[in-house]
Design a protein around this ligand. Structure first.
Ligand code: AHR
Length: 502
């Protein structure tokens, strides 16, 4: 038996809502079909945005959305995506399937979508193939409230008032698809480009995101930070940045044969989870480099691309990255979000890739049909952690499980928070494919008077399809007992459980 000790008096940091963020790129059927169908579509929509998808995302409490990429961001020229749709330029999406991008979803549409979702906006600029002027004008177009060439153009295009850009990424993966740069070269470009990301409104400052590393590229983190912290001016004492990004994908095998989303054995299950849990080491080690430059942790680590990356579904366009989503994805999501919560002193945002129909999506669509994936349910079950305070928690008697020595994972994984109303939220995962796990939750002093819970569980391959959309879904969980200051339960194999405790 494991005991989950919770010290309800020991708050360990604030869990930014943005840790539960999402990413949408002009890739495959994420934007087009997944989110945007156009006003003339038979699929119910509001100003072109799919109503079913928007409603589901609001229910999940999506806090922030990153757009337009990804690799696409560094070949995106924003002026192609404004003005009358019929005269917008068409381009080839060279990164993703070589399809025609007609730019019918652009800046105005992105802000319309975020307004409907009620979420914050994270716009990613183009450093790889764009100019400083282009980036600076985009910021002026979006955020300047006055008379200026770009603000006037926005007004002429039908939007009188500026929008709020909460976060702005200065390039994406500039070590790779965003220009194949060296850390020093990018660091200098970052200093230069970010200078012209002007703060036009004191009430709504834009938080600037510097392109950080891929996975364990500590050389990049060190090189970029060293460059950005060289001779900083007093007002830029934080290396000119509010955040540094980190990208890490969970690939069960190798990049040239990643593995199927729904067909895998126990060994691959544990290997996938072990690789997902590697996120903790990445946060610790990149965080340790950041600590050298920013000991007060003023710069956030934004894990703005993460999730499972499998082979595409058979018969689909390899450039569209469309994959199914099973209980394995649910456990990857649950365990990773628990890690982010526990590192909320440094991890201030995370965006799972990608929102709809691409990689580890929370929603899949097929024509007018929509399904919620197991990953959706995890985000829904974890939403109470958003803007809560992390509580100290510790699992005693936890053991490891796995089929080989290299890929052992902890049987249980958890995080705990307390919200503004004093309600405690516990999310606990059983990572085993075969073993249920008896657990007791023990508090310092609290005697729980009211406990509610929900569970997501199924066989390891369980997933939802358009014919059977509710194979995996969140259900009420009542199989626990309150005994004094303890809550006793047995977490079924392969499960995610969320408790609300008063
Ligand atoms: O999410 C798919 C791609 O993965 C993104 O475009 C890129 O940033 C990353 O390599």
């Amino acid at each position: 038996m494991a005991v989950l000790y919770i010290n309800e008096k020991q708050k360990e940091g604030h869990i930014n809502a943005e840790i539960y963020g999402h990413f949408s790129e002009h890739l495959g059927r994420c934007i087009y079909e997944g989110l945007y169908v156009g006003e003339n579509s038979d699929i119910p929509n509001v100003n072109g945005m799919r109503k079913d998808v928007v409603d589901a995302l609001k229910e999940m409490q999506i806090p922030v959305l990153r757009w337009p990429g990804g690799c696409f961001a560094d070949e995106y020229h924003w002026k192609d995506g404004i003005g009358p749709k019929e005269s917008r330029k068409k381009m080839v999406n060279t990164h993703w399937g070589g399809v025609v991008e007609d730019n019918s979803f652009g800046t105005h549409e992105f802000f319309e979508l975020c307004e409907q979702l009620g979420c914050k906006t994270y716009v990613n600029g183009n450093v790889g193939s764009g100019t400083v002027q282009e980036m600076s004008e985009w910021v002026e177009y979006m955020t300047f409230d006055g008379v200026s060439p770009m603000a006037d153009m926005r007004k002429a295009n039908g939007h009188e008032k500026p929008w709020k850009v909460d976060f702005f990424g200065v390039g994406n993966e500039n070590w790779g698809c965003g220009g194949n740069m060296t850390p020093e070269y990018y660091g200098n470009l970052y200093r230069r480009y970010q200078t012209y990301v002007r703060q036009y409104s004191n009430d709504a400052p834009i938080r600037k995101v510097c392109c950080g590393p891929n996975s364990s590229d500590y050389f990049w983190t060190e090189g970029v930070l060293k460059t950005c912290f060289a001779n900083p001016q007093p007002e830029n004492a934080h290396g000119y940045m509010d955040a540094l990004s980190l990208h890490y994908y969970t690939v069960p095998n190798e990049w040239d044969h990643k593995g199927s989303a729904t067909e895998f054995d126990d060994k691959e299950w544990y290997r996938t989870l072990a690789k997902a849990l590697y996120m903790e080491e990445l946060i610790n080690r990149h965080g340790a480099i950041m600590d050298q430059y920013d000991p007060d942790k003023k710069i956030g680590l934004y894990v703005d691309e993460w999730g499972c990356w499998f082979d595409v579904e058979p018969g689909t366009n390899p450039g569209f990255l469309y994959q199914q989503n099973s209980m394995r994805d649910a456990l990857v999501a649950g365990a990773t979000l628990n890690i982010f919560n526990k590192h909320c002193d440094r991890v201030k945002m995370a965006c799972i890739a990608q929102l709809v129909n691409v990689l580890q999506s929370v929603i899949l669509t097929e024509g007018p049909k929509m399904i919620l994936t197991p990953t959706y349910h995890v985000f829904h079950m974890y939403k109470h952690h958003q803007n809560a305070d992390l509580l100290h928690s510790y699992l005693e008697g936890n053991k490891t499980v796995g089929v080989d020595e290299e890929n052992q994972v902890p049987l249980l994984n958890e995080s705990v928070s307390i919200d503004a109303d004093g309600v405690i939220h516990v999310t606990v995962n059983n990572l085993s494919v075969s073993e249920s796990a008896p657990v007791e939750i023990a508090f310092m002093e609290l005697k729980p008077s009211e406990v509610k819970a929900s569970i997501l569980t199924g066989t390891m391959h369980a997933h939802n399809t358009f014919d059977e959309p509710e194979q995996v879904k969140e259900t009420a969980y009542t199989d626990f007992e309150i005994a004094g200051d303890r809550i006793k339960f047995t977490a079924p194999k392969c499960s995610v459980i969320s408790f609300t405790i008063r």
